[in-house]
Ligand binder design. Structure first.
Ligand code: GDP
Ligand code: MG
Ligand code: ZN
Length: 305
């Protein structure tokens, strides 16, 4: 049988079969995936072949991945593990208030998705808390991000009609949800998947460190063809295995320009002469905030964001 891994503890896996039934699977001995050096051979989202008797099974094979995203390994510092595989889009949940999400964080998640050619969707949640000046800021963000190919939705997770809009964007896809603690991810997921009962945190609680102990991705099935991957507690959207030179490849608005730089593909777009990227920032074609995010990624100043 072929199924999809919904959850992994490292020693057993929750696998959904074609009928949406969940089977608890183990692997036979130690599995090594050829071509992967990451510490976990099977990740959430993997499609696997398995044999089941009743509600228990054994995974016999992992099917080739269309893509995957990495995170820093929990077990070994400096190593990567696969966060999730076979992802159709990354949904970034951000807020302008309670708490305020930095543009640096949004850009970092976008770059880590772009590195694996995964499209992104940006949701700005807690619309109900925003007033005039902040709504104008949302319009500016919409222009900024839609210009580089990322659709922006302004919603309140408390409003039914907004949930329906989000649902339409998720239908028939595997969506990985990213966002800082407190932005309303669990609230949103509970509304999208009424059978779910994720705990949501009161405003006063999520700012305290250590509230979130789960740091594993988990996939939920909405219908036969719609899946949502939650990433509770994952803060480190890493630029794993990326060298300085390639980071601008993952900024769509810079990618197009880089060959116009005097130093061509070797240009880091910092202080090199006749840099087409710097010129585009000066003329306003590239947003200053995007360039600032880029610089902090290249110089490694935002490793802890
Ligand atoms: N005003 C308002 N509060 C929200 C909204 N969405 C979530 N919240 C609240 O924000 C807090 C954090 O939400 P939670 O879902 O736990 O965030 P998570 O850490 O991203 O999973 C909770 O108190 C929610 O009730 C919204 O659209 N508007
Ligand atoms: Mg949560
Ligand atoms: Zn340049």
């Amino acid at each position: 049988m072929i199924g999809r891994v919904l959850k992994s503890t490292g020693s057993w896996y929750a696998v959904a079969d074609a009928d949406g039934r969940t089977v608890a699977c183990r692997t036979r001995g130690k599995m090594r995936l050829e071509g992967y050096k990451e510490s976990n051979p099977i990740a959430v989202g993997d499609r696997v072949a398995f044999e089941a008797i009743g509600n228990e099974g054994v995974i016999t094979d992992v099917l080739p991945r269309t893509n995957h995203m990495l995170r820093q390994s929990v077990k070994r510092a400096g190593h990567a593990s696969v966060l999730a595989a076979n992802i159709d889009q990354v949904l970034i949940v951000a807020t302008l208030k309670q708490p305020r999400t930095s543009l640096g964080f949004i850009d970092r998640v976008m770059v880590s998705a772009e590195a694996f050619r995964i499209p992104q969707l940006l949701i700005i949640n807690k619309k109900d808390l925003l007033t005039g000046a902040q709504l104008a800021e949302v319009d500016a963000l919409r222009t900024l991000y839609e210009n580089i190919g990322c659709q922006v939705l302004l919603i309140s997770a408390l409003h039914d009609e907004d949930i329906a809009r989000v649902q339409a964007h998720l239908a028939n896809k595997v969506t990985l949800v990213a966002g800082h603690s407190g932005v309303g991810k669990s609230t949103l997921l509970n509304r999208l998947l009424p059978q779910l009962q994720l705990t949501t945190a009161a405003i006063s609680e999520y700012s305290e460190k250590g509230t979130h102990t789960t740091t594993f991705a988990e996939m939920f099935q909405s219908d036969a063809t719609t899946f949502i991957i939650d990433t509770p507690g994952i803060k480190e959207w890493g630029l794993m295995d990326m060298n300085q030179q390639e980071i601008s490849d993952y900024f769509p608005e810079m990618r197009e320009l880089r060959l116009a730089c005097k130093f061509g593909a070797r240009c880091l777009h910092l202080s090199e002469p006749k840099c087409a990227v710097v010129q585009a920032v000066e003329s306003g074609t590239i947003a200053v905030s995007r360039y600032q995010s880029y610089v902090s990624m290249v110089t490694g100043e935002d490793n802890r964001k």
